[in-house]
Design a protein around this ligand. Sequence first.
Ligand SMILES: Nc1nc2c(c(=O)[nH]1)N[C@H]1C(S)=C(S)[C@@H](COP(=O)(O)O)O[C@H]1N2
Ligand SMILES: [Mo]
Length: 169
Amino acid sequence: MIRNYGVSLCLLLLLAAIAPARAQSPGGPATVSVQGEVQHPLMLGAADLAKMKRVEAAVKDRTGEAHTYSGVSLLDILAKAGATMGKDLRGENMTKYLLVKSGDGYGVVFSLAELDSTFSDKLVFLADQMDGKPLPPGKGPFRIIAPGEKKPARWIWEVRTITVAFAKE
Ligand SMILES: Nc1nc2c(c(=O)[nH]1)N[C@H]1C(S)=C(S)[C@@H](COP(=O)(O)O)O[C@H]1N2
Ligand SMILES: [Mo]
């Protein structure tokens, strides 16, 4: 009786430990929140991204291994959210930036101007596939890829939030 109770308790504790990890399979949250200084805040899931124009890039990772990532341009995501881009990206809007945060506390920034096609042809995108498959556990489901960059430090994985904000002194 006492022994059975002990086994059940162990099972319960095990399940409690596993549950949070399983809730966010495979690794990260299933949606990305686009928020802050935008007209239409978004919660983007796989189904939303699937409806948008896709881009892809062949890149080398930190170890020199080649991979093809595909996903949706940050520019298209920002346009959908109603961020000030194109002709509206001037004056005080020139101090706006994008803060991208992950569940592990890592974060990176991009200025709106560096992403805007009237300023630069630089491609930065939210990837949901690597080599034609969902991103590997721990690196997905969404990851930023900036193909033109010499090191992948801004290729933030497990993206949770994309926040547009004004830089302040
Ligand atoms: N969420 C998150 N993304 C991150 C990091 C991190 O610590 N957390 N490290 C960055 C750094 S410094 C590098 S070099 C690359 C490494 O990616 P890889 O492990 O796929 O080669 O991921 C980037 N993305
Ligand atoms: Mo790194």
